[in-house]
Design a protein around this ligand. Structure first.
Ligand SMILES: *Cc1c(COP(=O)(O)O)cnc(C)c1O
Length: 359
């Protein structure tokens, strides 16, 4: 088996060390003679893993004490519904900043539940940028303001977040959580499906400011209340224990790497290798994003559809995986999440240069 360079958008690369560790422990976890998958979720061995994952998140993201860290299921997509279900009550408005397909999916769910408003949108320019923070519009009775911190499909990213005080700011950080340092204080809720930067699919992290747990949710099904999970330390029902175990291993790995600030520097450098190849190509490679370019998902096109096809076919031959753009936008996309090594980005840069030279 030849080495592969995994640029998948999600599920995506996991650190090799994490996979090897999981393999070593697969049939005998912590001297139990069983796999972590086979343990009771009420056992002390599993509870230790569960708590360690929560503690690592708190430490790595500098999460203040007045936030609860929840380990949920249903993906980021279920959060699209859980948020309006709890907070979008009569007389309140769900304010959405639309910066790509995931924001559109989020507001679609809110519309099923209550009144919504678009406080800013980048749709007119095909999501090539992020709205200017100064241009965002708010309402006095906003239940919350929702944004998508990184636009996985179009390749843009908020590099600075609005500071708002009239309502909680809620962010879908599925594709850039843990890739850069954050000021959690700025947010009421942060949520993320794990399968991009945090671990395998199956677990969704929600970081919820405690005052938001006091909302009246008597109309909401038990499993869809944040309170249910916060009261039970995310052990109300059976958690996705193997996913949480791998999440914990990924968090350990991040600590071993030196933490989020170190990864942030590395991620910026990784993305720059590829953006430089685009910017130095005299227009052969054209980035989709014009401003607010993402350090996680780099989207670009070649001069023609034939060029795109040839590029992707040759890349595949050489062991590059997942470089095709999302089915809704086409072209090419390189996802350079935390676990993608610098070397993979250097190889891609080299391939982009050589492909251009002989085209
Ligand atoms: C992948 C992704 C989602 C969807 O996540 P699921 O866990 O599959 O529901 C939502 N938002 C963003 C920004 C994403 O990148």
């Amino acid at each position: 088996m030849e080495a592969v360079y995994n640029f998948n958008a999600g599920p995506s690369a996991l650190p090799k060390e994490v996979l090897e560790r999981a393999q070593q422990e697969l049939t005998n976890f912590s001297n139990t003679g069983m796999s972590v998958m086979e343990l009771s979720h009420r056992s002390k061995e599993y509870e230790a893993v569960h708590q360690e994952a929560i503690d690592h998140l708190k430490e790595l993201l500098n999460i203040p004490d007045n936030y609860q860290i929840l380990l949920l299921q249903g993906g980021a997509s279920l959060q699209f519904a859980m948020i309006p279900l709890q907070f979008l009550i009569e007389g309140k408005i769900g304010n959405y900043i639309i910066t790509g397909s995931w924001s559109e999916k989020a507001i679609k769910e809110a519309k099923l539940i209550g009144e919504t408003f678009i406080g800013g949108s980048a749709k007119e320019n095909q999501f090539r940028s992020i709205p200017d923070i100064q241009s965002l519009q708010y309402n006095e009775n906003d239940a919350y303001v929702h944004l998508t911190s990184n636009n996985t499909i179009f390749g843009t990213q908020w590099h600075e977040f609005p500071t708002i005080t009239h309502a909680p700011l809620i962010a879908d950080m599925s594709s850039d959580i843990l890739s850069r340092s954050l000021n959690v204080d700025q947010f009421g809720i942060i949520y993320a499906g794990a399968q991009k930067n945090l671990g395998p699919s199956g677990v969704t992290v929600a970081i919820v400011r405690e005052d938001l747990l006091e909302a009246d949710v008597s109309h909401v099904p038990t499993m869809l209340q944040y309170k249910t999970h916060s009261n039970a330390n995310s052990l109300y029902n059976t958690p996705p224990s193997f996913s949480i175990y791998v999440l914990n291993q990924v968090l350990r790995w991040v600590k071993e790497q030196g933490g989020v600030e170190i990864l942030e520097k590395r991620n910026v450098a990784k993305a720059k290798l590829i953006y430089d190849a685009i910017d130095e190509s005299n227009g052969f490679y054209r980035g989709h994003a014009e401003e607010a370019r993402s350090n996680m998902n780099i989207t670009f096109n070649l001069p023609s559809e034939e060029h795109n096809k040839a590029f992707l076919a040759e890349a595949k031959e050489l062991g590059f995986v997942g470089l095709n753009g999302h089915r809704s936008v086409g072209g090419c996309r390189a996802s350079t999440y935390n676990a993608v090594p610098v070397e993979a980005c250097e190889k891609l840069r080299d391939f982009m240069k050589s492909f251009q030279e002989k085209s």
